[in-house]
Structure formats: structure tokens, C-alpha cells
Write a protein that binds this ligand. Structure first.
Ligand code: FPP
Length: 235
């Protein structure tokens, strides 16, 4: 089924609104959001997708109220601790993209432990964008290039891609955003140059495996030309 789809990026939006609509605190929306992450990972494995990237915490999200940031970080930490064995049994390799310098040490330890425990898993790569901003990622790549005294002739698109957090990962074929917003919000800015987009009205905590499959089927009906005339040819 997923002949032409290797990588799906997901901007999980609407947790807060989902909770507010029910008179619940925002963290209840985030808690339910985590359950949806698990459901979509299972679904992606069944659909033979190679990579999923979840926008779990943007670099701008550090500016949210301290309490909410703490709750999201706790959820993340608990989720990774609890799920490591499941990741391994499902063949899921966990990988983080984002600015590691901004993450509290105890959280980063759990992230890096999970990365290392799942590093040999081959079924699916689950990338979590945490403390992530596309522009920040690009600036960090530029700094690496300068620090390494790279000669200008060496810098082309492939080389630049190899300096990003997503080095070695295929670019997203499809990016899904939930909750009715139609923006990229600093997610995979460089990598989404040729991505298709699927915008859903559903709030992330209500997103289902069925809608995920629908998004994939919708993608497969589209013709991707990458600026050329014929279908399915990459530059
Ligand atoms: C968007 O909803 C969601 C986030 C900013 C955080 C996403 C976090 C999770 C799904 C939980 C973390 C994931 C893991 C695996 C720990 P919002 O709060 O912006 O919703 P709103 O736009 O309705 O306010």
C-alpha cells in the first residue's frame, strides 16, 4: 500500500482545545494526545511506512506557562520510560530531532537512553521533534559548517541535508496537521520543500487510525511532479 510513501510528518494540534471543550485541564488533552501517538505508530507499522515524525514540542513551546511545560516534559519522560520495551518489541527506533542544549538534563538522559536502547530496531523510525524549530535546526547546521571550516564548493543541497538533525532520513512525503490550522509552524522547514499537506479539522486527541489511513490514501491519489512533467520522479 505504501509504495510511494516513506515518511509522514504529523503536527499534533488541538490538545488544549479538546480539553477546554470538555471543561478539563489542558494536560488531559496532552495525556490523550500521547495515547494517539501510540495508536498512530501501530497503524504506521501496519501500513509499512518507514518514518513517522511527531511534532511533540516546538522550540516556541518553552514560552508556555511553566506548569504546562513541566507537565508535557513529565508526560514525555514517562511515556519513553514506559514504552521503551514496546518500541523494542514492535521494532520501533526512537529518535529525537531538536535543540538538545535547551532540554533539562534529566529529560535528555531519558531521551538518549531510549535512542540507544532502540537503535537497532528496523521496523519503523519514530522521530520526535522536541525543543524543535526548523529555523533553529538550519542555524545549528550553518554553525557546524562554519566551525568545520567547510570549503564553499562542498556545500550543496545533499551536503546541507546531511548537517541537519534529520541526516540520513528521507524527506517527508506527507505532512498532516490536525485541528483545522493550515500552517507549517516552523516544522521541518528545509525538509518539507516537496511535501504534500493534509489538513484535518479533527483535534489531535480525536484523531483516529481510520483518518490516518484516509490521509495516506488521499496522498496516494495525488500526482507528485517535483517541478517536472512526469509523475514520481525526484530531482
Ligand atoms: C498541541 O496542542 C500539542 C502540543 C503543543 C504538545 C503535543 C504534546 C503531546 C501530544 C504530548 C506529548 C507527546 C509525547 C509523546 C510526550 P495545543 O496544546 O497547542 O492545543 P491548542 O492549540 O488546542 O491549545
Amino acid at each position: 500500500m505504501s509504495r510511494f510513501i516513506k515518511h509522514v510528518g504529523i503536527i499534533m494540534d488541538g490538545n488544549g482545545r479538546w480539553a477546554q471543550l470538555r471543561g478539563l485541564p489542558r494536560y488531559e488533552g496532552h495525556k490523550r494526545g500521547v495515547e494517539k501517538v501510540k495508536e498512530i505508530i501501530r497503524s504506521a507499522i501496519r501500513l509499512n511506512i518507514d518514518v513517522l515524525t511527531f511534532y511533540a514540542f516546538s522550540i516556541e513551546n518553552w514560552q508556555r506557562p511553566k506548569k504546562e511545560v513541566e507537565i508535557i516534559m513529565d508526560l514525555l519522560q514517562n511515556h519513553l520510560r514506559k514504552e521503551t520495551q514496546t518500541f523494542i518489541s514492535q521494532g520501533v527506533r526512537f529518535k529525537m530531532i531538536g535543540n538538545r542544549d535547551m532540554i533539562p538534563k534529566n529529560i535528555l538522559n531519558v531521551i538518549e537512553e531510549t535512542e540507544s536502547a532502540t537503535s537497532e530496531c528496523k521496523e519503523l523510525i519514530a522521530q520526535f521533534a522536541i525543543s524543535y524549530g526548523g529555523r533553529d535546526e538550519i542555524i545549528r547546521a550553518v554553525k557546524k559548517i562554519i566551525i568545520n571550516n567547510t570549503v564553499p564548493e562542498k556545500v550543496d543541497e545533499d551536503f546541507f541535508s546531511s548537517m541537519l538533525d534529520t541526516a540520513g532520513i528521507p524527506e517527508p512525503d506527507l505532512i498532516i496537521r490536525t485541528s483545522g490550522e493550515q500552517r507549517i509552524s516552523n516544522f521541518l522547514v528545509w525538509q518539507s520543500a516537496y511535501s504534500e499537506f493534509y489538513f484535518s479539522q479533527t483535534l489531535w486527541p480525536d484523531f483516529t487510525e481510520e483518518e490516518f489511513t484516509e490521509a495516506i490514501l488521499d496522498f496516494q491519489k495525488r500526482q507528485r511532479r517535483f517541478g517536472k512533467v512526469s509523475e514520481f520522479t525526484r530531482p
